[in-house]
Design a protein around this ligand. Structure first.
Ligand code: URA
Length: 432
């Protein structure tokens, strides 16, 4: 394999052999291919694409470029989920204990928040004492005893993706469907679950805006997973409006707990049940109807809430906060935003809402930034709601009072208020 030939072939739309793809990834991780050549190849992929076989081989090679997790002790009963990223997306906090309470194993590595989207690992650190780093042995032991273990990503998982992602970030090659698919799926394959359910977000808070693009990404990712021996499903869900009403770490944990107690918002409950029933159907090999019945009964019986307490306590966290969420610290500064005009909220720039939460301190701009776990937004109105002048739109919360002015400007700019009632968008567009 000569990198020059790989670039030339891809530039002319030719398919690579599996052997060449594997060698290219191995050499790149070993530092034997310079970034300028890899950048040229990535750009050629953006224009020429990759066929399903090439893409599966690339993803498998990336998945095996570092450590992998062996979940074989759970047989066919290990399940994982992944969201392509959104605002107010706290589904993992509900879905993981719910699916475990249905008798499956969720041994999951989650990310930290970066940019306008949040991360499960940050939310979990809201529980005093919760450990997001466990040894491989303790991770498996927690998953086996409780059914749920959620930790941060291990240092040497998919180094090829880390290197390629950093390069894509500076060479305008991030928003390329085959490269996104291989990046996400390499991490999921390395994380070891037999069944994987993907939540592909579409809309103003997602990085894909059209349902066609989201469907293509979902099809590519499910095809890769199936070729690599995993059971796959992908849900295409709406991110044109934040999920639920709370955004920010402690606030999202509180909304997830409300959902586990049967007191959460409808959209969050519906999406959690949709994702969980897909996972239960794949993991137990039962029909979707049976899985829907089981997940709904398990959620409504309080067993998922109990499982959540076991999970948090098992990883050293103070589970009394689940039964008494008033124990969580609150932000010291609050600002109530009221409507300055009358009309329907016809559109929300959800990325800007995520950015507003980030300005308040809920998210990071740079990897090393400290986050304010108490910071965030309680939305009072969402797309389709009618507001009178003076009605409450949202409450901004932070322990860094100096951020409020800019956050208010950002929030107001994100809303479009008009006389026309907008058409209602579905929460789930399709399952692939
Ligand atoms: N998330 C990833 O992990 N990789 C991408 O390329 C895009 C989103």
């Amino acid at each position: 394999m000569r990198m020059y030939d790989m670039i030339y072939a891809k530039r002319h739309g030719e398919a690579h052999s599996d052997e060449d793809i594997r060698e290219m990834i191995a050499q790149y991780v070993a530092g034997e291919i310079p970034d300028y050549q890899m950048s040229a190849w990535l750009m050629a992929v953006c224009f020429r694409g990759m066929d399903d076989r090439e893409l599966s081989t690339l993803t498998d090679a990336m998945a095996h470029s570092g450590d992998t997790v062996d979940l074989s002790l759970f047989g066919d009963h290990s399940v994982d989920k992944h969201s392509t990223g959104g605002v107010g997306d706290k589904t993992s906090m509900v879905v993981a204990p719910l699916v475990a309470a249905c008798g499956l194993y969720v041994a999951k590595m989650s990310g930290r928040g970066l940019g306008h989207t949040g991360g499960t690992v940050d939310k979990l650190t809201s529980f005093p004492g919760y450990s997001v780093t466990l040894s491989a042995e303790d991770f498996l032991c927690q998953a086996q005893n409780v059914g749920v273990a959620v930790i941060g990503q291990s240092g040497n998982l998919t180094p090829a993706d880390k290197m390629l992602y950093a390069l894509r970030d500076v060479t305008a090659t991030v928003d390329c469907i085959p490269l996104i698919a291989s990046s996400i799926m390499s991490k999921k394959l390395a994380a070891g679950a037999k069944s994987i359910v993907l939540d592909v977000k579409v809309g103003s808070g997602a990085f894909l805006q059209s349902i066609e693009e989201a469907t293509e990404l979902a099809q590519k990712m499910t095809a890769i997973g199936r070729r690599c021996g995993r059971q796959m499903a992908a849900v295409i869900s709406d991110m044109d409006v934040p999920l639920g009403y709370y955004i920010g770490n402690i606030l999202e944990v509180k909304e997830a707990i409300m959902t586990l107690k049967g007191e959460g918002p409808d959209d969050l409950r519906e999406l959690c049940l949709t994702l969980a029933s897909q996972m239960v159907s794949l993991g137990h090999g039962i029909s979707l109807e049976e899985a829907q019945k089981l997940t709904k009964e398990t959620l409504d019986s309080g067993k998922a809430l109990e499982k959540c307490c076991e999970w948090i306590a098992g990883q050293g966290g103070d589970a009394s906060f689940i039964l008494h969420p008033e124990k969580f610290p609150e932000a010291t500064c609050r600002l109530e935003l009221c409507a300055e005009e009358e009309g329907y909220i016809s559109q929300i720039d959800t990325t800007a809402i995520g950015r507003c939460a980030q300005i308040l301190g809920a998210g990071r701009v740079k990897k090393e930034d400290e986050i304010d776990l108490t910071a965030g937004i309680r939305m009072a109105k969402k797309t389709g709601d009618y507001v009178q002048k003076g009605d409450l739109l949202a409450i901004l919360e932070t322990s860094r009072g100096e951020t409020l002015k800019e956050a208010e400007r950002c929030y107001r700019e994100a809303l479009t208020i008009s006389a026309e009632k907008p058409e209602k968008r579905p929460l789930v567009f399709a399952v692939v």
